[in-house]
Write a protein that binds this ligand. Structure first.
Ligand SMILES: Nc1ncnc2c1ncn2[C@@H]1O[C@H](COP(=O)(O)OP(=O)(O)O)[C@@H](O)[C@H]1O
Ligand SMILES: [Mg+2]
Length: 322
């Protein structure tokens, strides 16, 4: 069922600049978690720290029970094999076909024969809806297809943990919807723990089991989707509801006086629930034809009880990209 990642008291700085401090959270095995935060709050730094590309100043990161922060390069190399990472731009080699890009980690890190490589590459390309595009170059396809190719490449070594760095950035809303559906479908199909970094609130509301919010060098909150979506914490409420009023400003942080002024303008209602603002968004479920493991069966039953008559996930698995 994937592996658990347990982060405790994690602090990271570059020189005198503290990026975030005292971050503690547990990514439950096999679940989907989303890390939200305004840009520049250190979400990418967090992912890089989890895979051991950056060293934290303090704290521990236990991956399947083992603290990786003190590991030497050789042992880290072994731990990294547990991770599949989808970088922001897909990070494909421009001069290689999609097939060769996706085959790359297998040829680099395993001794598999070319026929075994072929079987695995085609299986993963099928999972992300890229069959038929094997010979395309990254420059010849849409951004959405590049993301899916990056995802297929992240999957070939059968990772226990998949990290997505803003998989939705630069995609139009329709492609974001397809990608979210793909992520949910994949979670139902493979045994891995997912962490998705994004600042897309709509995705955060529909996709994960858990949500975390980084802001002002702190992990403001981490917990179940229900907990965050119904939270009264001002930063969490503002961010998840995409509001202008609140502690987060255009320059990312407003000063306290401005926050007070806004709260005064809102009057006594400023801290109470605005009607409908904290309604639970229906959760995206695996699409038709995707076998549901017991975990997803339970989620689907809960969703059906919460939102009777609703059929979430209007998006099929068809390839929408030209
Ligand atoms: N290797 C690095 N050296 C120094 N500063 C860095 C490095 N990587 C990131 N930073 C700084 O860390 C901060 C957070 O960056 P990042 O994690 O990319 O934010 P986000 O992904 O949330 O937009 C930024 O101020 C960035 O300049
Ligand atoms: Mg980033």
């Amino acid at each position: 069922m994937g592996v658990e990642i347990c982060v405790e008291g994690l602090t990271k700085s570059f020189g005198h600049q503290v990026i975030w401090q005292d971050v503690s959270l547990t990514l439950p095995a096999g679940e989907v978690s989303v890390m939200l935060g305004p840009s520049g709050t250190g979400k990418s730094v967090f992912l890089k720290t989890l895979v051991g590309l950056l060293k934290p100043d303090r704290g521990s990161i236990r991956v399947a029970g083992r603290d990786i922060t003190g590991l030497r390069e050789h042992d880290l190399y072994e731990v990294r094999k547990l991770f599949g990472v989808l970088f922001q731009d897909g990070a494909l080699f421009g001069s290689m076909s999609l097939y060769d890009n996706i085959a790359f980690p297998l040829r680099e890190h395993t001794r598999k024969s070319e026929s075994q490589v072929r079987r695995i590459v085609l299986e993963k390309m099928d999972m992300v809806g890229l069959i038929g595009a094997e010979e395309k170059l990254p420059g010849e396809i849409s951004g959405g297809m590049r993301k899916r190719a990056g995802l297929a490449r992240a999957l070939v070594l059968d990772p226990q943990i998949i990290l997505f760095d803003e998989p939705d950035s630069g995609l139009d809303p329709v492609r974001v919807a397809y990608l979210n559906q793909l992520i949910v479908d994949l979670n139902a199909q493979i045994d891995a723990t997912f962490l998705i970094v994004t600042h897309d609130i709509a995705s955060a509301r529909q996709v994960p089991d858990n949500i975390g919010l980084l802001f002002r060098r702190e992990l403001v909150m981490f917990g179940t989707r229900e907990k965050l979506l119904t939270s009264d914490e001002p930063v969490v409420r503002q961010f998840l509801n995409g509001r202008m009023q609140g502690p987060i400003g255009m320059a990312e942080e407003k000063d306290a006086a401005q926050v007070e002024q806004e709260l005064a303008q809102l009057g006594a209602g400023g801290h109470t629930k605005a009607p409908g603002s904290q309604a639970m968004t229906p959760r995206l479920l695996p699409g038709p034809g995707i076998p549901r493991p017991p975990r997803w069966e339970a989620i689907a039953r809960r969703e059906a009880a919460l939102h009777p008559g609703l059929h979430p996930g209007p998006y099929g698995k068809e390839v929408a990209d030209a």
